[in-house]
Design a protein around this ligand. Structure first.
Ligand code: PAF
Length: 282
């Protein structure tokens, strides 16, 4: 696997592949890779001739009091895992390479409405940072396919909306969340949790499973959300939000909506975890 920080080298390699009529799948990441990322890379390798991965901890998507500096950087281990999973080209730019004019950019990519609620309400500017970096990376790599985890459900919807609205010729693929045996969704931020907190955090998935079951059986959604919120507090979580939405567009649900998604964000200690569960209401 060839690793470079250089945009021109990335473009040159991709031009060579495309000239030979070969396809490129792209997996953008912030590094500290785990089994969930490896599943994305393996899926990318199934879908295209070449897999390009980026590792970039994007300052633009972190709020002032968030964990930008503490975010784990584990490049050697990430490189070894990526070789194993079938990546061929790794792009590891610095903030100065990506944002040569500093953070006071002149151009941002905004995906309004969908970016302003749920995680966007607690993390103002977060999805603008995500949409801007993903758009920039897409312009550098120009992939045929890009693969993301469904765990970041709202992020995936922001990216799909951006790609559609800007007519980018890229197929966006979402891959099911990979979980620990306990049910805890894999995340780079799980590394901040103690063993005890990890055990407690597994109640998030159990609670969402029980909610989905109860709503499918006809329980009132508001009632289900309220009960689940109490259960999560008892399990040691400080809830940011817990919401049931239309899975196709994240709109608040109407009486006839069947394809639903539970979205949750909650703090375990000082670590903010997110998760979601799609289900069908009868
Ligand atoms: O999901 C992530 O790791 C990041 O938000 C992404 C998509 C790589 C953009 O920085």
């Amino acid at each position: 696997m060839f690793t470079t920080q250089d945009i021109a080298q990335i473009r040159e390699q991709i031009r060579l592949w495309k000239r030979q009529g070969e396809t490129v799948a792209f997996v953008p990441t912030m590094g500290n890779l785990h089994l969930g990322h490896m599943t994305l890379v393996k899926e990318a390798a199934q879908r295209a001739d070449h897999v390009v991965v980026s590792i970039f901890v994007n300052p633009l998507q972190f709020g002032q009091n968030e964990d930008l500096d503490a975010y784990p950087r584990t490049l050697s281990a990430d490189q070894a895992a990526l070789v194993e999973a079938g990546a061929e080209l790794l792009f590891t730019p610095t903030p100065a390479i990506i944002y040569p004019k500093g953070m006071e950019l002149q151009t941002f990519v905004e995906v309004p409405k969908i970016s302003d609620e749920l995680c966007g309400a607690s993390r103002p500017g977060h999805f603008r940072g995500v949409a801007t970096i993903v758009c920039k990376l897409f312009n550098i790599v120009q992939p045929d396919i890009a693969v993301f985890g469904n765990k970041d459900f709202q992020q995936l919807m922001v990216i799909k909306t951006m790609v559609e609205d800007l007519s980018l010729p890229i197929e966006i693929v979402g891959i099911d969340t990979i979980r620990e045996p306990s049910g805890l969704a894999m995340s780079s931020r799980n590394g901040y949790l103690s063993d005890e907190q990890k055990q407690q955090a597994a109640t998030l998935k159990q609670t969402m499973d029980a909610m989905a079951e109860a709503i499918s059986q006809g329980q009132d959604v508001e009632q289900a959300v309220s009960e689940a919120g109490q259960q999560l507090s008892q399990a040691g979580f400080k809830l940011d939000y817990l919401s049931v939405r239309n899975a196709a567009n994240l709109h608040p649900i109407g009486a006839d909506d069947k394809q639903l998604v539970i979205l949750a964000a909650a703090y375990m200690g000082s670590t903010r975890l997110i998760d979601n569960l799609c289900f069908t209401r009868n």
